[in-house]
Write a protein that binds this ligand. Structure first.
Ligand SMILES: C[S@@+](CC[C@H](N)C(=O)[O-])C[C@H]1O[C@@H](n2cnc3c(N)ncnc32)[C@H](O)[C@@H]1O
Length: 281
């Protein structure tokens, strides 16, 4: 049987905290409304849900693309997928063949030396760990126990190859979001998906890795958006619907959207939460 084109559409290869899969219809519609733009920038790339959707839909054809994030393990992984996907797949197949509890904890304990082996380790742990989410503790360590999956899909070769092909056009770097100001020029488009402002004092959405993202960061981000606006760069931003965010972006168009998220630390407690999309076009 012929594989459908869908099998070769690029998609995120990591399950990532705050992944934007659910908001894709609203996000891609907003990008379509931006009509023409030159380069595409995504400075909080995470799992890259919007980048992959746009790339697969042809919206980024012939465009220069810059993806970045401050998580060095994540960027290391993106570079390995872009530059040596066959090497990553080779290592991942070994993990898939050897997977059991002892093997999981032995793999978790050791960080390999080569970039393709590190990438495969991260993908393997992401597929087999509890809750299937790559999340580090406050010391930057990955200490999630093994999940209880019957048949985890550890090596999805077509998905990895499609992602690698999609990333071939991208400049990928580990750097903070402000550096978008060094690269974005008039007519470009930037999508910002920062760690969300907390909805309540106990919400832990902001600890993606050792650097938290607090009110001062949200303020600096709003300032970067204002600078981009003056430069005639189009921007789209997602965040939680809280007074801080409404206030920081009051000069721009803010619309409300809803997504089902984990509403507290228990994975079985999910609920619809209000989020906002901010844009200047
Ligand atoms: C909400 S997630 C992005 C999710 C992504 N849109 C997706 O679909 O998976 C936020 C990302 O911001 C990154 N980050 C945190 N602080 C940052 C900073 N100061 N500059 C750039 N990236 C940062 C985190 O590592 C995380 O990957």
């Amino acid at each position: 049987m012929m594989a459908t084109d869908e099998a070769y559409k690029p998609r995120p290869f990591l399950k990532w905290a705050g992944g934007k899969g659910q908001l894709l219809p609203e996000l891609t519609a907003a990008v379509a409304e931006a009509r023409k733009f030159k380069a595409y920038h995504e400075p909080f790339v995470g799992g890259g849900a919007l980048f992959f959707a746009l790339q697969g839909g042809g919206a980024l054809a012939e465009k220069s693309v810059r993806l970045s994030d401050t998580n060095p393990r994540l960027i290391d992984l993106y570079l390995a997928i872009r530059d040596d996907v066959s090497g990553v797949i080779r290592h991942l197949k070994k993990h898939a063949a050897a997977h059991d509890e002892t093997y999981y904890y032995a793999t978790r304990a050791e960080i390999p030396k080569t970039s393709s082996a590190r990438a495969a380790r991260l993908l393997y742990l992401n597929r087999t760990c509890f809750n299937g989410l790559f999340r580090e503790n406050s010391k930057g360590e990955f200490n999630v126990p093994m999940g209880r999956y019957k048949n985890p899909a550890i090596c999805d070769e077509p998905k990895l190859r499609a992602a690698s092909a999609a990333l071939a056009q991208a400049d990928i770097a580990c750097r903070p979001f402000e550096s978008v100001l060094d690269h974005a020029a008039k007519g470009d488009f930037v999508y910002f998906d920062p760690p969300y402002a907390p909805v309540s004092a106990t919400a832990q959405f902001t600890s993606y890795h050792q650097d938290g993202f607090g009110t001062a960061d949200q303020e600096r981000l709003a300032d970067v958006c204002a600078q981009l606006h003056r430069r005639k760069v189009k921007f789209l931003l997602s965040n939680s619907d809280v007074p801080l965010i409404r206030d920081l972006y009051k000069d721009f168009q803010v619309s409300q959207v809803f997504a089902t998220r984990m509403v507290n630390s228990r994975a079985d407690r999910r609920g619809k939460v209000a989020e906002v999309l901010v844009r200047n076009f």
